[in-house]
Design a protein around this ligand. Structure first.
Ligand SMILES: NC(=O)c1ccc[n+]([C@@H]2O[C@H](COP(=O)([O-])OP(=O)(O)OC[C@H]3O[C@@H](n4cnc5c(N)ncnc54)[C@H](OP(=O)(O)O)[C@@H]3O)[C@@H](O)[C@H]2O)c1
Length: 415
């Protein structure tokens, strides 16, 4: 048994789960489901019952999934995710069949969330409809300029009884111009007010770069430049900013801290002084920028990695960036399209499944109801083989699209 398997076993046992072998899983569950539970675990296994196909609480699961199971939410699987413990949530949390990832502070997040960057039209409706479709995590930021509207969508869903606040994981980020310790609490309270919330579930440091303070009343969205249109760094260190963010947790304004666009050595340094360990790292990851070592390192120190811009060039084509326009689209790639055909999935679902099978959380953004539903359902129901995962990982070109020097001159943060 590998060290990771041992750890998973101990973790499962501590959470009241029992090991289940691949052969037992095949006997106990619908064949399609058994695949998901190979080398996984089940809780409260009781022989004798089969829920009817019309199981009202979980219309998303087939009757076979519950064969021989008397309890309600018994199943857990982490065999296809190399990293951390994941469970299928209770229906109050989420109707769609999305696994949850356990964080190092004991909290859980859905493995698939909804990204809010560039959601600029009808944002409240988009968020409301995404909740209706089953999304429970929303990845926002001051920089996206839509926090008030996103909050309106959340409020409507809560007021109509679609969800409760505690079912949702609302994520936001501290922008670069608010890194000095005296600005951190004030801007976080302002962002919460825009959302209409008392707390953020997750709050990231958006970039490890501190820029001169800009009053958002004078310029919103602030962007990277000051009021004179210049990019001016401030003297705040990452340590100063992170410690100010830890105070947000003490104040109850934030439940979980995250870091974004950080690389290995910076994380190592942060872990030396962090009183509250960051639970999440959000970075650009797609088949052209696989970040294998960064993911391995973060996971080895108990940090869950969230991939952004999972579709590689796609997100930046809509910004009209040459680098993206000059890169073959992943959705047409000869490694991806045959897999889509084989599994009867879309190329987007193959790209997302490659990420979730690496244990990554994903936050694809889509303005289309059909595509956002497709993205939500990508993290379960089928597994790529390890060879197929590897063949996609081999597409790596270390090609970073969200690279500030490409659009800001000389801010070489990833140099
Ligand atoms: N921390 C950071 O610095 C950072 C940076 C960038 C992004 N992010 C976060 O990550 C989220 C996702 O990244 P992203 O917005 O860059 O890009 P993305 O989710 O990789 O790609 C979005 C693009 O893909 C299209 N798309 C979505 N689903 C599709 C599907 N199933 N089939 C075909 N096309 C599809 C979208 O078009 P349609 O809308 O027309 O479907 C859009 O053009 C952001 O919204 C944001 O929350 C964080």
């Amino acid at each position: 048994m590998s060290a990771m398997q041992g750890l998973l076993r101990r973790s499962a046992s501590a959470n009241g789960y029992s090991p289940i072998s691949w052969s037992s899983a095949k006997k106990l569950f619908h064949p399609a489901s058994a695949q998901r539970y190979r080398c996984g675990f089940v809780r409260s296994l009781t022989l004798g019952g089969t829920f009817p196909r019309s199981q009202p609480e979980r219309p998303d699961l087939r009757a076979g999934d519950y064969k021989f199971s008397k309890g309600k939410y018994l199943l857990s699987s982490f065999c296809s995710s190399s990293a951390l413990f994941s469970t299928f949530p209770t229906p109050t949390k989420q109707m769609a069949n999305v696994p949850y990832l356990k964080l190092n502070n004991g909290k859980e997040i859905p493995q698939v969330g909804f990204g809010l960057w560039k959601v600029t039209e009808n944002t409240a409706d988009v968020v409301y409809n995404a909740i209706k479709a089953g999304y429970r995590l929303f990845d926002g930021a001051f920089d996206y300029g839509n926090e008030r509207e996103a909050g309106q969508g959340v409020k409507r869903a809560i007021d109509e009884g679609l969800v409760k606040r505690e079912d949702l994981v609302i994520v936001s980020k501290l922008w670069n111009t608010f890194h000095e310790k005296e600005h951190v609490e004030a801007i976080t309270r302002q962002q919460l007010e825009w959302w209409g919330l008392d707390y953020f579930d997750v709050f990231y440091m958006h970039f490890p770069v501190a820029l001169e303070y800009v009053d958002y009343n004078k310029k919103y969205v602030t962007g990277w430049q000051n009021l004179d249109g210049k990019i001016v760094q401030s003297k705040a260190t990452i340590q100063e900013t992170y410690q100010a963010m830890e105070s947000l947790v003490d104040l109850g304004l934030v439940k979980t801290l995250g870091i974004s666009n950080f690389q290995g050595s910076l994380i190592m340094d942060l872990l030396r002084y962090a009183r509250i360990r960051p639970a999440l790292l959000q970075v650009e990851i797609h088949p052209y920028l696989t970040q294998v070592e960064l993911v391995k390192y973060a996971q080895s120190v108990g940090i869950v990695v969230t991939a952004y811009s999972s579709f590689g060039p796609q997100s930046f084509v809509e910004l009209g960036w040459d680098k993206a326009a000059d890169t073959p689209l992943l959705f047409e790639h000869p490694i991806i399209t045959p897999l889509a055909k084989k599994y009867e999935k879309t190329p987007a679902q193959i790209v997302l499944r490659w990420a979730t099978q690496r244990g990554l959380a994903i936050i694809p953004k889509s303005n289309s109801p059909q595509r956002l539903a497709e993205n939500l359902s990508s993290a379960s129901g089928f597994d790529l083989t390890q060879e197929e995962v590897d063949s996609i990982t081999a597409l790596n070109k270390n090609l970073r699209f969200n690279n500030p020097p490409d659009y800001l001159g000389d801010l070489y943060i990833f140099a």
